[in-house]
Design a protein around this ligand. Structure first.
Ligand code: AFP
Length: 335
């Protein structure tokens, strides 16, 4: 029998009947994310031809040079999501403050936190890019919304996932019932189910990290990377290094083929670089739902107490056995 061709909407109505807010809400939310993906894929495919490369000369809340595509991606997320009628607040890596769409929650009970363009250093060199999204529910519908309503633990997410702009455009998400991947068929403008119930191998043979930072890492972290390079057939070492500069692309590689991505804490920056609420938390839930593991090196990402909207966190994420092994070195239990 021919492989069943299911669109995103068909899959949701068939497979996610127990989503707390109802199948209609989930379909609405993911359709909006999918629409954003279509807009961004269209822009990115032509970026080299239009005057949207290079920087705007401004810097964002992270103090990083804002590339024009960062701004375009952020504006696309805001424009589409605020028209959805489902969402009462938005928070973005590119915006210091959240956007409160309705004070009384009348606009909808979902709040979306996102990194609109992950890997933006890849923009001008036609390398992979992604967007990451994390959705939580408004817990205080009868109260005026504020920033603190968005600062939640990873275990409170109701939807999480990413868009990957690579050779093809993919949407990967979880609602806590497994991880499912859809590939955009540009000819018909539909996301078709291509990776149902993704499960990660318990161990991989690939690692992704910026080893230019090696000298900044604590000793335990350095010892783990040294360990990965020692020949040992039984544990598939030495591992191969694969680092794209785009967290979404690297994690997607591990999700499908196994392996580990690390952006560890550094001696003078123990909190690392990546953001908890809209990078680490959503990807940690996706990876755990696929049988993997995600930690700071010492604490499960989804259990990290969120205190600030743009809070940074070290990220060790990937195949369960690989992350456990990295943790044993980082915690000094292995030398
Ligand atoms: P940009 O979006 O600023 O390029 O950062 C990308 C990222 O957040 C993640 O996607 C990469 O894995 C990591 O940072 C790259 O950081 P380094 O350039 O420090 O290796």
């Amino acid at each position: 029998m021919a492989q069943q061709i299911l669109t995103l909407e068909q899959f949701i109505s068939l497979n996610q009947p127990t989503f707390p807010g109802g199948v209609g809400a989930l379909t609405g939310l993911l359709s909006q994310i999918g629409l954003i993906g279509k807009f961004l894929a269209h822009d990115l495919r032509r970026a080299g031809l239009l005057d949207i490369l290079g920087t705007t000369g401004e810097t964002n809340v992270q103090g990083e040079a804002v590339k024009k595509l960062d701004e375009i991606a952020n504006e696309t997320f805001v424009r589409v999501l605020q028209q959805s009628g489902l969402i009462c607040a938005l928070a973005s890596e590119e915006m210091e403050k959240p956007i409160i769409l309705s004070r009384d929650g009348a606009q909808g009970s979902y709040m979306v936190l996102f990194d609109p363009l992950d890997g933006s250093s890849n923009t001008d060199v036609n390398m992979p890019l992604g967007s990451i999204f994390s959705i939580v529910r408004n817990q205080r519908p009868d109260q005026p919304l504020s920033e603190r309503d968005l600062v939640r633990k990873g275990t409170e997410q109701v939807v999480a996932g990413y868009l990957l702009f690579g050779a093809s455009t993919m949407l990967v998400y979880t609602v806590g019932q497994g991880v499912h991947g859809f590939t955009l068929e540009p000819g018909i403008g539909e996301y078709l189910l291509s990776h149902k119930a993704i499960t990660m191998p318990a161990r991989g043979k690939v690692y992704a990290a910026n080893e230019g930072n090696y000298q900044k890492w604590p000793g335990g972290t350095q010892k783990y990377f040294d360990y990965l390079k020692v020949k040992d057939k039984a544990t598939g070492r030495p591992y191969s290094g694969r680092y794209s500069g785009c967290l979404v692309a690297d994690v997607h590689r591990m999700l499908l083929g196994g392996g580990i991505y690390l952006y560890p804490g550094e001696l003078d920056k123990p909190e690392g670089k990546l953001r908890l609420l809209y990078e680490a938390n959503p990807l940690a839930w996706v990876v755990e739902q696929a049988g993997g593991r995600a930690s700071t090196g010492t604490l499960r990402i989804l259990d990290v107490e969120a205190k600030q909207l743009h809070q940074r966190v070290p990220l060790i994420i990937g195949s369960a056995d690989d992350v456990l092994e990295a943790e044993s070195f980082i915690q000094g239990r292995r030398m």
